[in-house]
Design a protein. Structure first.
Length: 63
């Protein structure tokens, strides 16, 4: 095989390196922490309730 250079070869060599057993455990743990952190962050992005609007009245006055 020829010596390939460029972004595709770099990604391929990194993937080959990251899938060997010692690095694979660390890569899996890092991915797990990233997914957990991102899901926690996205869960905190709920829209806030508008200020000044209370609950609707229980009874509506009749005229």
């Amino acid at each position: 095989m020829e010596n390939q250079t460029g972004p595709a070869a770099t990604i391929r060599s990194f993937a080959r390196w990251a899938t060997t057993p010692p690095q694979a455990y660390a890569a899996y743990f890092i991915a797990l922490v990233l997914v957990a952190g991102l899901s926690f962050y996205v869960g905190t992005l709920r829209p806030k309730k508008p200020i000044g609007l209370g609950p609707p009245p229980v009874t509506v006055p009749r005229n």
